[in-house]
Write a new protein. Sequence first.
Length: 236
Amino acid sequence: MPPESRLATTAGARAKGPLGPLGLLGGTFDPIHLGHLRLAEEAREALGLAAVRLIPAGQPPHRGAPRSSAEHRLAMARLAIAGNAALEVDDGEVRSSDKSYTVLTLERLRAELGPARPLVLILGADAFEGLPGWHRWQELFELAHIAVANRPGYAPHGRRWPATLSPELAAACHGRHRNDPADLATTPAGCVLPFDMTPLAISASLIRDLVRNGHSVRYLLPDSVLDYIAAHHLYG
Ligand code: ATP
C-alpha cells in the first residue's frame, strides 16, 4: 500500500472530513475545568472525531440547581474553548425551556445533522454508570455511540469498566462493546467504546469548594475562566 493510502486509513485522516464522527460532551460545567477540556481533546484524538461539541445543561435534571446561572456557565465554556477550532459550544440546552434531558438533545441533533452522521456521546465513567437513571436512557443507544472515559475514583474494587457495570446497564450494552475507534465511523450509533484518558482528579465541586474557602484554583481551569470567575464573583 503506498504511504498516502496508509495515511488515509488512520483515525486522524478519517476525522478530517466534515461528516466524520461528531463528539458530544454534555455537562453542568459549573465551572468548566481542565478535566472537561482534556476529556474533549483526548476523545477527539483517540476516537478520530471531526470535532467535539460541548453542551452546557440549562436545567440539569439529575442534580440540584447549579451554583452559577446558565448564562455564566455558557460564557465560561465559550472562553475555555477559544483558540481550539476542533471544539464547539452548543447553547441548545441553555436556550431551551425544557429540562436538559440528553435524549431530547440527541433528537434535536439528529434532526439537525441527519440520520447518517456518526454521533459519539462522551461520558466520564461516573456519568456512564448513572445512565439507568436518565430519562428514556435506553433510546440513547439508538441515537448515538457512547464513549466512556476512565475517571479517577470510579473503579469500584479496583476493577475497570466493563466489569463494574450494573446488570441492567450490562444488559443494555450487550453486543455493543467495541475496542476499535474505527467502528464509530462506520455506523451512526449503537456502539459502546471505553477509552483511556490522562487521569485528572479535577471536579467542578472541588473547584467550587476551593474558591468558597479562599484557596487558589489556578492551573485547574483556563486562566480566562479564572478571570471570569473573579470578575463576576462566582462561587465565593
Ligand atoms: P461536579 O463536581 O459539579 O459534579 P463535574 O466536574 O463532574 O461536576 P460535570 O459537568 O458534571 O463536571 O461533568 C460533565 C462530564 O464530564 C461528565 O461526563 C463527567 O463524567 C466528565 N468529567 C468531568 N470531570 C472529569 C474528569 N476530571 N475526568 C474525566 N471526566 C470528567
